[in-house]
Structure formats: C-alpha cells, structure tokens
Design a protein around this ligand. Structure first.
Ligand SMILES: [Zn+2]
Length: 94
C-alpha cells in the first residue's frame, strides 16, 4: 500500500511497501541514480524520510505512524526473512 504519493498533501515523496521492503520511489534525494531508496530496516527508512525533511521536502506526517501501524497489525512477509522486528541490521548500507 502507499503511505504517500507525489502531490498528496503536497508530498514530495512516494512511499510504499513492496515485496522488497519500504520504498521511496523515484526518490528526489537520490536523483543521480534515478532510482528508489529501498530498505527493510525501519530505522534506516525513517532516517531517510528525515533526510528529505532536512532538505526541505514535504513528507506527510502520517507516513511514519501509518507504517508503524501496519507493522504492528500486518507485518510484511520479508520482515521475518530480514530478521526479527526491532532487531538491528548489521548489514545496512546507505
Ligand atoms: Zn527518498
């Protein structure tokens, strides 16, 4: 599902959960790769959203609470493969 889309509430990010993790699709902070920021590490993803805010991009306030909500009620299947919820990911890259 999508947590934010370009233009929703003036959002500058397109955030959704895919089968690869949480994605910041068409990320304007990583435009050199024309790619998306994708991670299964929640802390890393929230840090990424904070990067956007620091850069002056608008990230709707509902994104983090909505993700936490889904995580609690309907954990994504890849989370079990990536490690236990709340665990640390020593292999994280930026
Ligand atoms: Zn991004």
């Amino acid at each position: 599902m999508s947590y934010a889309r370009f233009g929703w509430d003036g959002s500058d990010v397109y955030v959704y959960e895919s089968d690869r993790g949480w994605e910041c699709c068409g990320c304007i902070s990583h435009e050199q790769t024309f790619g998306s920021f994708t991670t299964t590490d929640l802390d890393a993803f929230f840090a990424h959203l904070d990067e956007h805010r620091r850069a002056g991009h608008h990230v709707p306030d509902n994104v983090e609470p909505d993700i936490r909500d889904d995580l609690a009620n309907d954990p994504p299947p890849w989370l079990a493969a990536a490690g236990s919820p709340g665990g640390t990911d020593e292999g994280a890259t930026t």
